[in-house]
Design a protein around this ligand. Structure first.
Ligand SMILES: *[C@@H]1O[C@H](CO)[C@@H](O)[C@H](O)[C@H]1NC(C)=O
Ligand SMILES: *[C@@H]1O[C@H](CO)[C@@H](O)[C@H](O)[C@H]1NC(C)=O
Ligand SMILES: *[C@@H]1O[C@H](CO)[C@@H](O)[C@H](O)[C@H]1NC(C)=O
Ligand SMILES: *[C@@H]1O[C@H](CO)[C@@H](O)[C@H](O)[C@H]1NC(C)=O
Ligand SMILES: [Zn+2]
Length: 578
């Protein structure tokens, strides 16, 4: 009967407990007195020892079973795959944490989504990365990408070169050497710092014409890239050609085709012959803009003249998948959302949300690829640094109280980047150079042509129009301020900041190495480890083959090196583009 059993159990437990505590008390007393345990004490001890051994064995069996199971399911940290595998590394240049919240809220507004609707990136949050370089707490993209490509810290401006000015082997060079097929996809110049670090070595990022040569295969290791898609055509054309930005007569495109076997395309029609990656003959170089591919906010209004980041990325993925289908090695592809950074430099929040939405779309396409691939595949994504010191709050200097809000609707009304509008402004100024009437009417023209249809701002203050008309040199910043202030979005710099950036991944056991808060070099080391390749052997080979004799700029503080954003912006004031 239950009512009997309960007290009985309770009683027996109590007696066991008391017997136990009596025994323990007795043992303790004996120990204090220095006497040996009684005979009865020995038999109890023996029973305890047997029980103890049994418990230890049982625990050991459980641990072994758990370890075996884990090996099959989630794995231990430090694990790496052994078979064929693909790695896709994505870089959101200049994207800090505030940009995510900016873009998320923007998308919720324009698409009428719930407050808990998130970006694809948000659903793959993996950790954060610290970004400083060797010489600065605020890194540039060159030192940032060197951390990813070599797994080593270096100085601002370094392209896979160490502080002692010796080259360091990159993960892409090591991957190519190990038999992987490789690719670079960007929306800026293919010779810009981030892609450059994977396939070239120079001491200063400004040496883009040299980078172009190394990228096609003229470097000490020969060709290490199989597909390159992006902008920066001007670095590949001889100085005798329109649209060249080379200082010499080298025809890099011709050299690429004749000496290194590249297929070359330079426009949308050429891109369309690729059939989304189904009709690609490697090596393939597609340079679709003289410099940058236009900001997404502008590109989408340009009748598909330029491929988007997601189009280039999915094309490269398919091409690499097909190229490696019969190989026992997979591929390594680096994809950069390059111009999130540029929108940050010019403090244009509307341009930035469109860059990030396109990056998020690309991330989704890549993570779907990873999910569906029959080959073991991994996606890792992070930023090299934040740009602009963006804040999703701004208190007007004239306002006494903060407003607990910011206004995505202001960004939603913009139809062009402030860069695009500034270029349009300069074209107009050139056209009316000798027309005093047009000059008198300039504020009116600015309001009706740039501010109302471009920024979507119908309440421009007369002082704002006056500033634009009288100080065209700073027009881009005035326009950016007009939109940022109305949206109550703040910026602290036209350069980069030191805030930690987010890391995203398709996840799985192998990515445990970069979980939590890591150093940017940990991500670089992880890329090589996942692929199972050896950067050090490449470093050794490079050191034997490269000898730099000419004096280096590398010791010069980068503030002293003014860099133009690109030649399409030649009338725009120069920026600090570290
Ligand atoms: C083009 O480059 C050559 C050197 O390769 C140089 O001698 C020449 O002056 C350059 N021309 C122009 C127009 O820059
Ligand atoms: C496939 O690519 C080749 C160049 O590699 C091109 O000549 C051909 O026209 C392309 N095919 C189609 C159907 O676009
Ligand atoms: C946005 O700009 C494009 C091209 O610049 C134009 O065709 C379109 O009508 C504009 N939309 C609005 C709402 O102004
Ligand atoms: C700018 O244009 C808008 C729309 O036409 C107009 O309502 C506004 O008064 C103009 N602003 C100025 C300062 O002229
Ligand atoms: Zn930058």
């Amino acid at each position: 009967m239950p009512s009997d059993r309960t007290p009985l159990l309770a009683a027996s437990r109590r007696s066991i407990d008391s017997a136990h505590s009596d025994e323990r008390a007795e043992a303790e007393d004996n120990a204090i007195r220095g006497a040996s345990p009684t005979r009865e004490g020995w038999s109890t001890r023996l029973r305890e020892i047997v029980l103890f051994i049994w418990a230890v064995l049982a625990t050991a069996v459980i641990i072994v079973l758990a370890a075996l199971l884990q090996h099959n399911e989630s794995g231990a940290p430090g694990d790496k795959p052994t078979g064929k595998r693909n790695l896709i590394f994505m870089v959101s240049d200049g994207m800090g944490p505030a940009t995510l919240s900016l873009t998320r809220s923007y998308r919720q507004l324009v698409e009428g989504l719930e407050y808990d609707d998130t970006l694809t990136l948000d659903q793959h949050f993996w950790g954060t990365s610290r970004t400083r370089s060797t010489d600065r707490l605020v890194t540039d993209s060159a030192a940032g990408a060197t951390a990813f490509s070599c797994g080593k810290k270096s100085y601002n401006g370094a392209i896979s070169t160490l502080p002692d000015h010796s080259p360091c082997g990159s993960v892409m060079e090591a991957a190519k050497r190990a038999g992987y097929t490789t690719g670079l996809v960007v929306t800026t110049d293919i010779t810009d710092a981030t892609p450059a670090c994977f396939a070239s070595h120079v001491r200063m990022r400004e040496e883009e014409n040299e980078i172009a040569l190394q990228e096609i295969g003229e470097g000490p290791l020969g060709r290490v890239v199989d597909i390159m898609l992006g902008g920066g055509r001007c670095h590949f054309l001889p100085n005798t050609t329109d649209g060249s930005c080379r200082l010499d007569e080298i025809d890099v495109v011709k050299m690429a085709q004749e000496d290194h076997g590249w297929t070359y395309i330079d426009d949308r029609a050429g891109f369309d012959t690729l059939w989304a990656g189904e009709n690609v003959s490697l090596p393939l170089m597609g340079l679709f803009a003289s410099n940058d591919v236009p900001f997404e906010i502008d590109r989408r209004n340009m009748a598909d003249m330029y491929p988007s980041l997601s189009e280039m990325a999915t094309t490269a993925l398919r091409a690499l998948e097909l190229a490696t289908s019969q190989s026992d090695k997979g591929f390594f592809l680096m994809i950069e959302g390059s111009r999130i950074d540029h929108a940050g430099h010019i403090n244009d929040p509307a341009a930035q949300v469109h860059e990030v939405l396109e990056y998020d779309k690309t991330f989704k396409a890549v993570s779907d690829f990873v999910k569906n691939s029959k080959t073991e595949s991994l996606l890792v994504a992070t930023s090299d640094h934040e740009t602009g010191g963006l804040a999703t709050a701004w208190q007007s200097p004239s306002a006494e109280l903060p407003v607990y809000n910011w206004y995505p609707s202001v960004l939603a009304r913009a139809n062009a980047s402030t860069l695009f509008l500034t270029q349009k402004f300069y074209q107009y100024l050139r056209a009316i150079k000798t027309d005093p009437d047009a000059h008198n009417d300039l504020e009116h023209w600015i309001n009706n042509t740039l501010v109302v249809p471009g920024l979507g701002i119908t309440n421009a203050h007369p002082s704002e129009l006056k500033k634009l008309a009288s100080d065209p040199e700073h027009a881009i910043f005035t326009l950016s301020k007009m939109i940022s202030n109305r949206a109550r979005v703040g910026w602290s710099t036209h350069g980069h900041s030191a805030v930690d950036v987010n890391v995203y991944s398709s996840g799985g056991r192998y990515a445990d190495d970069i979980r939590g808060n890591v150093e940017n070099t940990d991500i670089g080391k992880f890329l090589s480890k996942y692929l199972g390749v050896d950067n050090e052997a490449i470093t050794k080979e490079l050191k034997d083959k490269i000898s730099w004799k000419e004096p280096s700029l590398a010791g010069m503080p980068l503030e002293d090196v003014m860099v133009r954003m690109n030649s399409e912006m030649e009338e725009v004031p120069e920026y600090w583009l570290e």
